[in-house]
Design a protein around this ligand. Structure first.
Ligand SMILES: [Zn+2]
Length: 280
């Protein structure tokens, strides 16, 4: 293919940030951290290796996802506890915050709601930053491992991918059938997963997660949430997923309720203000 004469000039144009985020509402992290300091644990669930589990968090409560026993990544889905059609929107969260989320950044919900569902208030892996390969942790670029892609690429029938784990957990929690639950499962926040895109071919890569037992990610629930977390069959995602080959470990989810009065004056964010007339 012949390059145009001005190819280098076209490539040399500087990028423009698609969504400058300096006008995003700023979360009151000091308030959220005071809430956590005063909080008491109200529930916990241990997500078994290669399985998923659901948990519920009321607006104003905090949930913590922790590594226990060994390095392990988790695939997180969030829904509005009262309306499963409002769910985490990985693509828009990526467009607003970048490829990986950390402290002060938010998990945004789907249209027409587009509001913060949860805000990250502490990330014990925040020190990792961006490594020399362009890798970082807690990505919103992957989807979730699933049996369809495994079948497409390898002809496999594997049943403990995060997609299937999340379906079973949601079905068990809600009483839905697997077929009813499946359309509610969506692209995830890849908790503790270390990923990026290769510079030369632009391919999605993973590498051994830097997470160690005791590391945790804390979220302030902005609305009443139903969550589901899968302990990925990829384990620390250092080699492969979509099989029982990798060493896998459980993940712990704990829910904390702040002391009375700490959140006085705080309100759940309203749904998005667009009037939805769409030009008609
Ligand atoms: Zn997975």
């Amino acid at each position: 293919m012949q390059e145009p004469a001005d190819a280098d000039a076209r490539r040399a144009i500087a990028p423009v940030i698609c969504y400058p985020n300096d006008t995003l509402p700023v979360p009151d992290l000091a308030l959220y951290r005071r809430a956590m300091q005063s909080a008491e644990k109200v529930s916990e669930v241990l997500v078994p290796a290669r399985e998923a589990a659901c948990f519920r968090v009321a607006a104003g409560q905090i949930f913590r996802i922790s590594s226990v026993e060994g390095p392990q990544v988790g695939d997180l889905n969030l829904w509005n506890a009262h309306d499963l059609s409002e769910r985490f929107y990985s693509g828009k969260s990526r467009a607003l915050h970048g490829t990986h989320l950390t402290t002060g950044e938010r998990m945004w919900s789907s249209f027409p709601h587009l509001r913060p569902m949860a805000t990250i208030i502490e990330d014990s892996l925040g020190w990792y930053g961006m490594d020399a390969y362009g890798g970082s942790v807690h990505d919103v670029i992957g989807t979730r491992c699933d049996p369809y892609t495994g079948n497409l690429l390898a002809g496999s029938q594997y049943h403990h991918c995060c997609h299937s784990n999340l379906i079973r957990a949601l079905a068990d929690e809600t009483g839905m059938s697997l077929a009813e639950a499946e359309p509610h499962v969506h692209d995830v926040l890849n908790v503790f997963m270390c990923t990026g895109f290769t510079r030369d071919t632009g391919q999605y890569f993973m590498k051994a997660s830097p997470v160690r037992p005791g590391d945790h990610l804390d979220f302030f629930a902005e609305i009443d949430l139903l969550g589901a977390l899968s302990a990925c069959p990829g384990g620390d995602c250092s080699s492969e997923h979509s099989s029982d080959t990798a060493a896998c470990h459980p993940l712990l989810v704990e829910v904390f309720a702040p002391a009375e009065g700490v959140l006085d004056g705080w309100n759940s964010p309203p749904v998005n203000g667009y009037d939805r007339s769409h030009g008609r």
